[in-house]
Structure formats: C-alpha cells, structure tokens
Design a protein around this ligand. Structure first.
Ligand code: THU
Length: 134
C-alpha cells in the first residue's frame, strides 16, 4: 500500500501549480476505507491564498464525504528536478489534526518508491490541539 501511495503522489506532481516557488509538492491521502485522494500545491500571484498539497488532498476528500484517514504520503520536486523528504508545514499538520488520531495516523515522506520515512502525526505535532481539547 505504501508503494501505491508513493506512486499516486508522484503521479500528482505534474498537476502542481507552482510558478512562483518552482517547488512542486504532491500528496496521496489514504482513507480508512482504502481510497486514495491526491493533491498538489496551488500557488497564487497574491502569494497568501496559496494552498499546500496536503490540504488540497484533505479538502478534496472531506468535500466528498470522507472523514476517516489512515495515512498521507508527501513527495516533492524542486526546480532542478530533485526529490527530497518534504515535511508538512505547520498549517497542514494542524489541518490533519482535525480528522485523525495523531498517535496512529502515519505521515510518509518519500524520496522514491524505495526511500521513505514514516512518522506519526504526533511525532510531528506533539501536544497538538484538536477536537478532543474542546
Ligand atoms: N508546500 C506544500 O505544498 N506542502 C508543504 O508541506 C510545504 C510547502 C508548498 C507551498 C508552496 O507552494 C511551495 O511548497 C513552497 O513553499
């Protein structure tokens, strides 16, 4: 399944709209029911309305009725065509926090199908504020 997610994420890089940073990011979000939603970063001339790949994937999934997720795979490609591990930004970590159990949800950072690192959301956002805190 990890291999499939990495493939899907790399496949979504071509949709990245990143004319300002030239830094492509894509994500593949796996629902608990086994469906994958992909997303890419979408930049904007006014900069701040830009959206990260991870949030694009989450918003696509939630807007289609999905609320239960197991993991997300994140990949990137820089202006030179290189791939490196791309940790999610703080806003995306918080967005994920809304919908997952941070101790179980896995964040897979992949450089290739064979090179990846797995963290829990809790590793990346310890003591995160979520729905349970209200
Ligand atoms: N970006 C993402 O899509 N996800 C991340 O986790 C980090 C950053 C995007 C935002 C912007 O389009 C570009 O990468 C450079 O920051």
């Amino acid at each position: 399944m990890i291999r499939e997610m990495v493939k899907e994420a790399f496949g979504a890089l071509k949709y990245s709209y990143s004319p300002y940073s030239h830094f492509k990011v894509a994500a593949a979000l796996l629902t608990k029911s086994g469906k994958i939603y992909t997303g890419c970063n979408i930049e904007n001339a006014a900069y701040s309305p830009s959206n990260c790949a991870e949030r694009t994937a989450v918003f696509k999934a939630v807007s289609e009725g999905e609320r239960f997720f197991q993991s997300i795979c994140i990949v990137n490609e820089d202006a030179k065509g290189n791939h490196d591990y791309c940790p999610p930004c703080g806003v995306c970590r918080q967005t994920l926090m809304e919908f997952v159990n941070p101790k179980k949800f896995q964040v897979i950072l992949a450089k290739s199908e064979n090179e990846y690192k797995i963290y829990t959301l809790n590793d990346l956002l310890p003591l995160g504020f979520g729905p349970e805190n209200l």
